[in-house]
Design a protein around this ligand. Sequence first.
Ligand SMILES: [Zn+2]
Length: 247
Amino acid sequence: MLNFPSFSAPLSPSFLHEKPLFCHNSSSSNGFSLNKEGFKGPSGEIHVILGPMFAGKTTTLLRRVRAESLDGRRVAIIKSDKDTRYGLESIVTHDGEKFPCWPLSHLSSFKQRIGPDVYDKLEVIGIDEAQFFGDLYDFCSEVADYDGKTVIVAGLDGDYLRRRFGSLLDIIPIADSVTKLNARCELCDKRALFTLRKTGETKTELIAGADVYMPVCRKHYVSGQVVKETTRTILEKQKDQCGSLLS
Ligand SMILES: [Zn+2]
């Protein structure tokens, strides 16, 4: 059985703040809503961090969650269990900073996995690689609207063909804030908005790093796609010629 991080585990001290429930800071203390039972509770919040790969989304997410934790709020971080690049039970930024996290396939299982008592005490939930969660909308609206928690969500908005990727864009209508980050183009160092896949693999979900993907500006995205298409056409033509010579 996997040893998931919990608040009784020896986590970083910033994850172990003890404080009364719903003792929020001034940013949310004036917002109240009716919860399911009809009682007044604190209003939750949803913040979205999106952009291409290599834009610092995870770093920004962790910085925000850490700031909330240092402010005395109880926090937890969830990531998709599809991303196993740095081990399942931690998130690692490009700077090498490491945080314990809950690897899940569905957000709906979080409450049961962490335990209802610990869940009730949580005030801030961070979600990384959020595009992989099909139940992102339902989870975020439930957590913010009814449970009065703050959700900070980070993920890709588009895939390598610049099409919408997964579920992240679905929660923009219910978000308090949306931050679009950009990377630096690997070819000209200008602002990079897109992720170019360097290989010929065509499935949408291909989890990899700099060996497969590179951040590019608009100009180099377009020229990169043209180069890839031309290369593929030439290779296919050569394959056909080889095939007809062998037959
Ligand atoms: Zn460029």
